[in-house]
Ligand binder design. Structure first.
Ligand code: GDG
Length: 489
């Protein structure tokens, strides 16, 4: 146990994701600064650390001159166990903004490609595809630099769908896992993708393909049958003599990080300040990256209906909406910022007064303490995604509501709606229904709130990020063992 077949070192988990969990920036003196970020994947992997050591491969997020790369790689490796992938700014733009975020992201969230883009050109640009393929090759080369026989490779998300096959070509018996953090769409939407077969074939070289929900897995399997004509069973798909297992691994959060923060003096102080600020008012809260999949305009319009249908709420309810800037180089996201600002302005102008602005829109990221405090003081959290792989905000709100038992309004199009059945579930496209749900949420009696909360809390604290990572990695290890046994025979 603990020794790889080659005896020297124990096998590691090589995690590959688009970005490393580190923000790299050049300071004024020209020195590179590294700041480790505390993303969801980081806390998830903390849950497997004592099971298997891991290293991380990913893009730096910035262009680094060739002359500086060796030194940077050395620092990454020594300080953080990370192996950077370098991309030129031009390639990164076509790969990341282009193929990932203008093609795959919208399509996987049921937003089909526009017939013509704003500059009158065809939307699907093969330059994007070439850059995507080139970037995936770069990641494959980076993994090859790190890989030692016996290591497991775990590829994350839609940015790297060709990577499993590129690795398989280089190392025949490598064990590869792939996890998709977004939804996987129905075959009728997926088939729009001009390079649909190539993308599928890329992923199918993995040994285990994981999704958040049963529906995403089901869509994937039927796409394999309908587009590639493959035999699929609920367990997986065979493609060219290789069996790709398919599994469902719903991600979660690290509840303890939030529970601990809620006990800290700085968060407690922030809670008191916010309570004072919102005294006499109910608080609805939205926390989203400013992405069109989050349905922020849908939420604002429903909130407007709440104010017009229920004038009694005037001056007595506030919607605090965090909209963290995201992918601001992509046209659709630029449009969304101005639409959101305009809608907020109009609603505040129509329903506000000298003392009262019904919507507080924060178009910035807030710090962790503030976020904890906001989750705590909010009477209702409103998640209105038009599609969302899972949606961790809904979970975070639940763990911060242990004392107050706030109510969660949750879109049925978020993956988390599959498990959080005690939320008030809504169709965000039905503005009137969403407005009614907000009203209902604001008026649920305490006994009912406590019961609903208890059920939600139970789920969120059990299905954690660490549990997700552990389940995926143990399944992958089991598959590896089975494969080795078959090789022996
Ligand atoms: C993708 C999928 C899937 C937000 N604002 C602030 C802030 N946040 C943090 C939240 C939460 C995270 O960002 C957002 O996570 P979500 O899961 O809600 O959404 P995506 O970013 O779209 O993530 C999603 C996820 O991958 C995991 O598989 O669930 O469906 O789309 O943790 O707390 N954090 C801070 N300030 C903010 O202003 N500090």
């Amino acid at each position: 146990e603990g020794l790889s077949q080659h005896g020297a070192t124990s096998p590691r988990l090589i995690v590959v994701s688009n970005r490393l969990p580190v923000t790299v920036r050049k300071d004024e003196s020209g020195e590179w600064n590294f700041r480790v970020s505390s993303g969801g994947l980081v806390s998830a992997l903390a849950g497997v650390k004592n099971k298997i050591p891991f290293v991380w491969v990913g893009w730096t997020g910035v262009e680094v001159a060739t002359s500086e790369q060796d030194e940077m790689s050395r620092r990454f490796q020594e300080e953080m166990n990370c192996y950077p992938v370098y991309l030129s700014a031009a390639d990164a733009n076509l790969y990341y903004n282009g193929f990932c975020n203008e093609v795959l992201w919208p399509l996987f969230h049921y937003v089909p490609l526009p017939i013509v883009s704003s500059d009158g050109e065809r939307k699907f640009d093969f330059k994007y595809w070439d850059a995507y393929s080139k970037a995936n090759h770069r990641f494959a080369e980076a993994v090859m630099q790190v890989y030692e026989p016996g290591d497991l490779v775990w590829v994350q998300d839609y940015h790297l769908m060709l990577l499993p096959s590129l690795l398989r070509k280089r190392i025949r018996d490598v064990t590869i896992g792939f996890f998709l953090h977004t939804p996987f769409p129905s075959s009728e939407v997926y088939r729009i993708l001009p390079v649909r077969s190539k993308v599928l074939q890329g992923v199918l070289a993995a040994d285990l393909i994981g999704f958040h929900t049963y529906d995403y897995a089901r869509h994937f399997l039927s796409v394999c049958t309908r587009i590639l004509g493959l035999d699929a069973s609920p367990k997986g798909v065979t493609y060219k003599d290789h069996f790709a297992n398919v599994g469902i691994f719903p991600i979660g959060i690290d509840p303890n990080a939030w529970i601990k923060a809620l006990r800290s003096p700085s968060v407690k102080e922030r809670i008191l300040e916010l309570e004072e600020k919102f005294r006499g008012k109910k608080v609805l809260l939205g926390v989203d990256r400013l992405d069109y999949i989050k349905g922020v305009p849908h939420k604002l319009m429903a909130f407007r209906n709440l104010l017009s249908n229920h004038p009694e709420w005037k001056e007595r309810v506030v919607l605090v909406q965090i909209g963290v800037p995201s992918r601001t180089e992509v046209d659709e996201y630029k449009k969304l910022i101005s639409q959101t600002n305009e809608l907020v302005g109009r609603i505040n102008a129509q329903y506000g007064s000298v003392e009262y602005a019904p919507i507080v829109f924060i178009n910035q990221s807030v710090n962790f303490d503030d976020l904890c405090a906001l989750y705590t003081v909010a009477d209702v959290a409103v998640v209105t995604s038009i599609r969302d792989g899972m949606n961790l905000v809904s979970y975070e709100y639940v763990v911060c509501q242990q004392e107050r038992h706030g109510v969660l309004v949750l879109s049925e199009f978020a993956g988390s709606a599959q498990s959080l059945s005690s939320a008030i579930r809504v169709n965000p496209w039905n503005t009137e229904e969403l407005a009614n749900a907000m009203h209902e949420a604001l008026t649920v009696p305490e006994r009912e709130r406590a019961l609903k909360h208890w059920k939600l809390y139970h789920y969120v604290t059990k299905h954690t990020a660490a549990f997700w990572a552990r389940s995926f990695v143990s399944e992958l290890q089991q598959i590896e063992r089975l494969m080795k046994m078959q090789d022996v025979h």
